[in-house]
Design a protein around this ligand. Sequence first.
Ligand code: 0GZ
Length: 309
Amino acid sequence: MSKPVSGGFTKTPGWLDWYTGPSKPSFQLPPGAVDAHCHVFGPGAQFPYAPERKYTPCDASKEQLFALRDHLGFARNVIVQATCHGADNRALVDACLASGGRARGVATVRRSVSDAELQALHAAGVRGVRFNFVKRLVDFTPKEELLEIAQRIQALGWHVVVYFEAADLPELWDFFSALPTPVVVDHMGRPDVSQPVDGPGFELFLKFMRQHPHVWCKVSCPERLSLAGPPALDGQAAPYRDVRPFARRVVEQFPERVLWGTDWPHPNLKDHMPDDGLLVDFIAHIAPTPELQRKLLVDNPMRLYWPDE
Ligand SMILES: O=C(O)c1cc(C(=O)O)oc(=O)c1
């Protein structure tokens, strides 16, 4: 059954709702595992979607996110501001505050944000800002504006999360190099997985990570990057086979600088919605040892988001 969007909004035509009744993962998450990339959407009646948004999703509330966290066996979440909420972080803040310290946030702010607003975000659990360069999701923001924001949030001990397409890395390279905070790349910088893992495209990304010790990588979103499938559905034991070597290479080369997240509720997927339980099973293929799994799922996200614990 189609999931609702409240508040008088209409879902983008063709929108796929998140999957109901995900399976229990067979992969046993280590104690204290963090889902380091997920979102909340609305609900629209309480937290309206932003006028400048490029899509309107179905609602995906904090209660539904926390239920998924518990079902899958995660201890904590990092909730990333979704572009459908623009720079209005109220839904994110509400979710962080309701989590009892078990969620941190990554917000989107404009240059006009006041110091008092930044302090309030910090108090709610925000530890980073997201800069988005994916043209189908956001309008362009000048780099001087982003740099100014980065300099301000550096004082709070935050970091910058960046989302971009692989083809745009050369143009963004110098800007990322100049950022004064840790930089966390969403979804491996969106490699073209039809290309060889040791080909020039992905090698450029690996070189970028090698040359910049302040850059981290989320080895997330195989369901977005896969061209060959098969999808994490119907008990599939080997989903997204084509993405595995890419993610595994990053985990093995940079074990101290990788994060993993479900990306629930999976905005803008076009052909299927993954079973999040089977998506968790993907982790064992990209982080094959207990030590790599502990770094990816516990030690690294804790260092970045809960450094005092
Ligand atoms: O590829 C996407 O469509 C996408 C969108 C968003 C967002 O709208 O914030 O976040 C993501 O992590 C991925």
